[in-house]
Design a protein around this ligand. Structure first.
Ligand code: ADP
Length: 666
């Protein structure tokens, strides 16, 4: 071994110990800490007591770290180990912390080339490391930050893009909104205008109009004409209809409105009667109207428009015309009046059924002007023609009566009225005529005429004989009273009696026709009355009056008038059935009436004329035999019984006698 080369560790250490660098010296395979300067001890956080101890024992905190192994390796290999920025976890003052070192393990060899000791120099670089770490960390965090920033930026950009697009959209939406707003304003304006037009249309309409809103039919718009019909003022505006016009409650209108509202179908009313309160009084009005539904925005009925016309006057005047027509028809029917319109050029006639019947035609048959003239008795035709011509010339009325002969040969009397009708040029082109069958009237008149001549004749007979008797008496007035005087006086009395009877009958008829026949009703025994009646017949002794029936029967009637009826029946029996010696007078009673009949056994009466016997002036022609009489007796009887609310009749057959009867209600 070269002494020169060999450095004594103490020498070395003393040098090294002075060094500000941390220095330690180790020896042996166990790495005994031979020496360590203050700087190294400070690093380790140890004091001088560790000198001489093995690395392992002295620095247990470093055991888990690679230092011991590296040292052992160096010891064996004799190499040098250099480390930079090497971390070491060291406990200092109770705090475990990582420190960083640049260090060197340098094997110092002996003469044999074997490791004599290991020189450990260390330089703490923790600050540098911290700074570097700080820088690194900073740059890391910067990188992170910039990454974050980049991401953020990206996000921002993306968001920005979104924002831009949202903004675009917003702008579009906004401009659409503006357009929409404009449109809305325009629409609103149009709506307002059309609403105004609608209102103004209703308010200025000459016909009655109103609009009802919603399901309560709120009175929305009205005009004066509708208020006039309703009999209300503008205070009804805004009210539901059932409050505006409460009187409609039991009338059909509310129901119709509800139907229109529900179905959306309009309703047309024709001459419907509305009963409305006008100035406190109920008034009936007839209305033609329409309920027109107007759909709202949702398509359902929103409003109902009412348009109405008051047709009350028309309805009333039509009813009046109808009434007049009905009356006219009644009059026409009652008088068997027929009417016709003749077209003068063609001779065509438009006739009522009765008109045709008056000429013996049926309602179904055609009847022309020529048929009419054909029916008229030939001797009357020229007169009728000239009357018609005259009426046309003078624009007057013609009135005439003529007999016609029906196709069955029967004779009828026609009363005819006619008036010409003119066309626009003033030429008579039509004739309007009316006819009545006056056959009955004519016959009646005939009978009346006959009656007058009979009446005068009947009166003349007793007057003549009375006159003759009086003349004779006058001549005999200075002669002594004789048989002749008595006879003439009796004869005069009889003539006067006859005249009294005739005049009585005439007076009775007059009273009856003037309705002056007054009844004086009493309760009396019918049997007693009948046994006293017709004593003149009994006294004459020509006929036997046989009384049959309940002797106790009582009736309530005018005794004198009932007696008059009996006398008439018995007198007729004596007069028209002189050969019938027995005359039966019979009384029968039932629950409701008493029946009295007078039966003779004379020649009887033709059944066909039985219903006419009680007509005024009716007399039967007794072929050659002359019976005095006015044809009034039975007519007077029938009137007396009619006034007692009873019935009268006759039963007879030719050759079997007659029964005349009447009933009186009990
Ligand atoms: P008159 O004044 O002609 O008797 P009446 O009215 O009493 O009028 O009678 C009407 C007609 O009825 C008479 O003309 C007669 O022909 C007929 N008549 C009435 N009673 C009888 C009778 N018992 N038998 C037959 N004919 C009678």
């Amino acid at each position: 071994m070269n002494a020169q080369e060999y450095i004594h560790p103490e020498q070395l250490l003393s040098v090294l110990f002075q060094s500000p660098n941390a220095t330690a010296v180790y020896r042996g395979a166990d790495i005994e800490i031979v020496s360590a300067n203050q700087a190294m001890l400070s690093f380790w956080g140890k004091d001088i007591s560790i000198i001489g101890m093995s690395f392992k024992d002295a620095l247990p905190a470093l055991l888990g770290q690679p230092f011991l192994d590296i040292l052992k390796k160096i010891w064996t290999s004799g190499e040098t180990y250099l480390a930079k920025d090497y971390p070491a976890v060291i406990e200092k003052g109770g705090v475990v912390k990582t420190f960083y070192f640049d260090f060197e393990y340098k094997a110092v060899l002996d003469q044999n080339g074997k490791t004599a000791f290991i020189l450990h120099t260390a330089f703490e670089v923790s600050e540098r490391m911290d700074a570097r770490m700080l820088v690194k960390e900073k740059s890391n965090s910067e990188a992170r930050l910039s990454k974050d920033l980049a991401a953020l930026n990206e996000e921002y950009l993306a968001t920005n893009d979104q924002l831009v697009s949202i903004n675009d959209k917003l702008q579009t939406a906004n401009s659409e909104l503006l357009q929409f707003k404009d449109k809305m304003q325009e629409l609103n304006k149009t709506l307002y205008e059309s609403e105004n037009r609608f209102r103004s249309l209703i308010e200025h309409s000459p016909v009655a109009m109103a609009s009802l809103k919603g399901e309560n039919f709120q009175v929305d718009v009205v005009n004066d004409a509708v208020l006039e019909i309703w009999g209300k003022d503008r205070s009804v505006l805004g009210l539901p209809l059932h409050l505006a016009l409460p009187e409609l409650e039991d009338q059909p209108f509310m129901g119709i409105l509800e139907e229109v509202y529900a179905t959306g179908k309009s309703f047309y009313g024709q001459e419907l009667k509305a009963s409305l309160i006008v100035e406190g009084e109920r008034k009936d009005r007839y209305l033609n109207f329409v309920y027109q539904p107007i759909p709202g925005t949702d398509g359902n009925t929103g409003t109902i428009l009412i348009v109405a016309t008051d047709v009350t006057d028309q309805v009333y005047s039509r009813e009046k015309v109808k009434e007049i027509n009905t009356r006219l028809q009644i009059a026409l029917d009652a008088g068997n009046l027929g009417s016709t319109e003749v077209h003068l050029a063609s001779g065509k006639m438009q006739s009522t059924d009765q008109f045709k019947r008056n000429y013996g035609f049926s309602a179904e048959e055609d009847f022309a002007y020529s048929d009419l003239f054909e029916a008229i008795f030939p001797e009357y035709r020229d007169k009728v023609k000239s009357l018609v011509q005259e009426a046309i010339k003078n624009n007057g009325v013609y009135k005439t009566e003529y007999p016609v002969k029906w196709r069955d040969g029967s004779l009828h009397w026609i009363q005819a009225h006619g008036r010409p009708r003119y066309d626009e040029n003033g030429n008579a082109d039509r004739m309007v005529g009316m006819t009545a069958d006056i056959t009955d009237k004519k016959l009646f008149e005939q009978r009346k005429d006959d009656f007058l001549s009979i009446a005068s004749h009947e009166l003349k007979t007793p007057i003549t004989s009375l006159k003759a008797s009086l003349q004779l008496l006058d001549r005999m007035k200075n002669k002594p009273f004789s048989e002749m005087h008595v006879k003439l006086i009796e004869q005069s009395g009889k003539s006067v009696e006859k005249m009294v009877v005739l005049v009585d009958e005439l007076l009775n008829v007059r009273r009856l026709s003037e309705d002056q026949l007054k009844l004086e009703k009493t309760k009396f025994n019918l049997h007693n009355m009948l046994s006293m009646s017709c004593n003149h017949i009994r006294m004459e002794g020509e006929h036997q009056l046989i009384l049959e029936g309940d002797e106790n029967l009582e009736i309530y009637a005018d005794e004198h008038r009932i007696d008059q009826v009996i006398i008439n029946f018995v007198n007729n029996a004596v007069k028209y059935a002189p050969q019938s010696k027995k005359i039966h007078i019979k009384t029968e009673s039932s629950e409701n009436y008493v029946r009295v009949s007078v039966q003779d056994f004379g020649e009887g009466i033709d059944e066909k004329i039985l219903p006419n016997l009680f007509d005024r002036y009716f007399r039967v022609d007794h072929s050659g035999k002359a019976y005095t009489g006015l044809g009034l007796g039975l007519y007077i009887c029938s009137e007396i019984i009619r006034r007692h609310d009873g019935q009268i009749g006759a039963e007879s057959k030719i050759g079997e006698g007659s029964t005349f009867w009447f009933t009186i209600p009990v």
